[in-house]
Design a protein around this ligand. Sequence first.
Ligand SMILES: [Zn+2]
Length: 96
Amino acid sequence: MFCPQCGHEIQESAAQFCPECGASLSKNASSKSKIVAILLCFFLGCLGIHRFYVGKVGTGILQLLTFGGIGIWALIDLIMLILEKFTDGEGRLLLN
Ligand SMILES: [Zn+2]
């Protein structure tokens, strides 16, 4: 297989990331950074900032208005992010 980003040939078919450029090879992976989303959720989760970051603007506004579901919704999002179950606005998982 070849990296869709840089065209580098990848020997290991199970590889999740291109060893050359670091691009994610999973079709279900988001281009957004998991670490950035976790940090945003941790520090600004009650304002829904991490949802704006991943493109979930609608629920981001909802979260902003409810203060992250009084913290509970933001906490669930944080756990989902850590467990790599959180998806971006296009339904792709935040993995890297
Ligand atoms: Zn590459």
